[in-house]
Design a protein around this ligand. Sequence first.
Ligand SMILES: Nc1ncnc2c1ncn2[C@@H]1O[C@H](COP(=O)(O)OP(=O)(O)O)[C@@H](O)[C@H]1O
Ligand SMILES: [Mg+2]
Length: 353
Amino acid sequence: MFKKKDKKDQAQSYEISPEHILEVRNLNVRISVDDYLLHAVRGVNFSLKKGETLGLVGESGCGKSVTSKEILGINPDNCKSEGQILYRTKSGKVLNLLELEHDGATYRAIRGSEISMIFQEPMTAFSPLYTIGNQLSEIILLHDKNATKASARERVLEMLRKVGIANPEKRIDQYPHEFSGGMLQRALIAMMLCCDPDLLIADEPTTALDVTIQAQILELMRSLQKEFGMSILFITHDLGIVANMCDNVAVMYLGEIVEFGSVRQIFHNPCHPYTKGLLRSLPRMDQNRDERLYIIDGVVPLPVDMHPCCGFHDRCGECLVGICDTQQIPEYEAEPGHMVRCKLMEQGVKHHG
Ligand SMILES: Nc1ncnc2c1ncn2[C@@H]1O[C@H](COP(=O)(O)OP(=O)(O)O)[C@@H](O)[C@H]1O
Ligand SMILES: [Mg+2]
């Protein structure tokens, strides 16, 4: 067989800040659908330090999953990207992932052993035809050339134990359908740990689970992060989870990051009307039980026919007509490290939650 040559994989090395593992620079993703073009990710910039957890938040349809799939190179062929996704590999070389062939050898080596992803529907990650143990062992054998069948099985047992699966000696030989949703999410986390990634992308990993199981899975992820020291890009529409899990937060709306800051900055001094809306829609302890939760009016529109303006203007109660709906909105620094993309910042209007 003639092997497809991975010519673009001889990518050049780039420079990023020494404490960073990932720098996304001016990322744009356009998706062609039938006869129109969606501009799903618009000029996104963010970076992730080693061992840090960055929350990417926003309502459904904001572009969170498209952004994260672009990092892993798993968006479908109708998606075209521009910009840079600079990633520091385990060997220390910095690559622009956008230059790699999606199915090339370099990307295949990065996926799994360097960058792993866990997502909302763990069932789709497993084949129904093989036992959980077989599927996890296979990954270990694939990533560790020195592993044997017996050593891989031992390692799988250890990982199942680590993620809190009771009776792993029995569980290892069961099929995915014999696991509950919460157990399967644990097994998926075990699968991810078998690869020992430096970067974990968790896309709404607990959305399908009930709150008790959700709390357990989040606690598990926190303790594993402490132990293994990986960086996490945590994607969620739930700001309550962000407060528990993250160091920094990027708030995304209609393909743009509209506010970025530490968890403290975002929760104590939210500046963008969209962030404030998301925070107001969180249930609070001091709230009257009969009081209805706030909901931001409307839904995220499709990012089609985008012209320079604030994407949130038509849902914003503070929109400056003639400005927010007609101009490209620059970034403002609310305080050191706290970035806001909102014209109101220019007027020195200070907003507190
Ligand atoms: N493969 C695709 N084909 C067409 N449109 C897509 C595709 N993937 C995402 N989109 C659109 O891109 C936008 C962003 O989607 P997504 O990143 O999945 O949002 P989120 O994860 O924040 O809910 C949405 O308008 C969505 O409908
Ligand atoms: Mg999504």
